[in-house]
Design a protein around this ligand. Structure first.
Ligand code: CA2
Length: 145
């Protein structure tokens, strides 16, 4: 099973600023963590981050035929991106949206996700463990569907 882990804008800054909101782990730490979890269950991970909306759209389009599922933290594009939502709907690859923070306890604009309706579900608020929970959710879904 092959899973694409896609990360949106500013997540490359993780561990350097705002540790109260997003924790102290870097994105490289999260990549190692999720790849280690995936290796235990024989899942192959491709891990990618971009600050550019179109590059995330390209990655989603290229995932068709190459990945069984997607774990997506669209970061700020969660709340704005019709383009990412449309790409997810176009490729129709099962996707779990994840967030480090609980977007429903933050500012009102973060409570709305344009991308979640194109996903099979959303995991939000568990810090780095949101990635692990996303992996459990997507692999379990793919085994049953
Ligand atoms: O909680 C999440 O995972 C978010 O997707 C993170 C996004 C935010 O816009 C979403 O509402 C929720 C922000 C990622 C920015 O990460 C930073 C890391 C360090 C310093 C500054 C930003």
């Amino acid at each position: 099973m092959k899973i694409l882990v896609l990360n949106g804008p500013n997540l490359n800054l993780l561990g350097t600023r705002e540790p109260d909101k997003y924790g102290t782990q870097t994105l490289a730490d999260i990549e190692n963590f999720i790849k280690n979890e995936a290796s235990k269950i024989n899942v192959e991970i491709d891990f990618y981050q971009s600050n550019i909306e179109g590059e995330l759209v390209n990655k989603i389009q290229e995932a068709k035929g190459n990945f069984d599922g997607i774990i997506l933290n669209p970061a700020a594009y969660t709340h704005t991106s019709v383009a990412i939502r449309d790409a997810l709907l176009a490729v129709n690859i099962p996707t779990v949206e994840i967030h480090l923070s609980n977007i429903h306890t933050r500012e009102d604009f973060r409570k709305v996700s344009l991308t979640a309706p194109a996903c099979i579900g959303q995991i939000t608020g568990f810090g780095t463990n949101s990635y692990k929970l996303g992996l459990i959710a997507i692999t379990d879904y793919l085994l049953k569907n």
